[in-house]
Design a binder for this molecule. Structure first.
Ligand code: HSE
Length: 309
């Protein structure tokens, strides 16, 4: 008998400024939707794209495939899985497009078989998709896309994911300027070593960010969300980056950073009206630079991958 489900997994923001490769947060409502069906008597994987977003024709190049294979390898289960991609975040946007598909596929296949894997192992499956997309086992998008909320990867070997509290009033204007920045390129320009004083500044900020989230001190969260490791090199890809941040902070935003490896940029605000104001400033900024964009204002969400039908 064929089982069929519909799964959603959210977009996410990796790094959160100072937490390069170790922190991420899930966004509400923006994300990927997959319809998945299982025939335990059959075999093979089929993926069809029902969206306007171009996806690889060959299933070997689709992030969903290695995720499903990892699930089968970890559990010993087998069957034919058919996936219809119904909604897709644009790839290369910097808000966890590959992680959203990977997380939805990992969560969905686990549900179809009665949830034999725990949440952390579902993230391990999703990381296979991230590896295909960017050549590395990062969980900074995959963990929040599966688990929701704000996650800290305390360690990768072994994987140790900590879910941090999400203060109730965190709003996030996110803008995706239509600029081409590949994660590979954005990583290749980073230095392999950093000076001690840079490391001290960064780990002070990571500690401050975690403390701010745990105590609900939003001003501390904003103050700590500063990146001295990757941003100095990556901001060159975003026209007028420093000027935009200054305008946003004057208008009451708590912080502004690059989302993941870019080109999306996000700000943080403690009120919905301040978030809307920040979004309008971001939109005007990119219009003035002649750059098209998509813009969202989202609440940081505790909900991760989930069934929607
Ligand atoms: N943390 C990664 C980076 C992005 O900043 O390159 C997504 O894994």
């Amino acid at each position: 008998m064929k089982k069929k489900i519909k799964v959603f997994a959210p977009a996410s923001i990796a790094n959160l400024g100072c937490g390069f490769d170790i922190m991420g947060m899930a966004l509400d409502e923006v994300g990927d939707v997959l319809e998945m069906s299982l025939d335990e008597a059959g075999e093979g994987i089929a993926i069809t794209n029902e969206t306007d977003v171009p996806l690889p024709e060959d299933i070997e190049d689709n992030v969903i495939t290695p995720v499903l294979r990892k699930f089968f390898a970890m559990t010993g289960h087998a069957g034919r899985v058919e996936v219809r991609v119904l909604k897709k975040i644009y790839p290369g946007s910097g808000i966890g497009s590959s992680a959203a598909s990977s997380a939805a596929a990992a969560f969905g296949i686990n549900e179809l078989f009665g949830a034999p894997l725990g949440e952390e192992d579902v993230v391990v499956c999703a990381m296979e998709g991230e590896n295909l997309a960017s050549g590395g086992y990062h969980a900074d998008n995959a963990a929040p896309a599966v688990m929701g909320g704000i996650t800290l990867i305390r360690g990768y070997d072994p994987l140790d994911i900590i879910k941090l509290p999400v203060p109730g009033n965190l709003y996030c204007p996110v803008i995706h300027p239509h600029l081409m920045v590949s994660t590979k390129e954005a990583r290749s320009i980073l230095p392999k070593e950093i000076p001690m004083h840079t490391a001290i500044t960064q780990w002070g900020n990571v500690g401050g960010l975690v403390a701010g989230l745990c105590t609900g001190n939003i001003e501390l969260v904003g103050r700590a969300m500063r990146d001295v490791v990757a941003e100095p090199y990556r901001k060159q890809f975003i026209p007028g980056f420093d000027e935009l941040r200054e305008k946003l902070l004057i208008a009451g935003a708590l912080a502004m950073n690059i989302s993941g490896s870019g080109p999306s940029v996000f700000a943080l605000a403690s009120r919905s009206d301040l978030a809307q104001k920040a979004a309008a400033i971001m939109e005007r900024h990119f219009l003035q630079h002649g750059i098209q964009f998509e813009s969202y204002v989202v609440k940081v969400s505790n909900k991760g991958a989930r069934l929607i039908a």
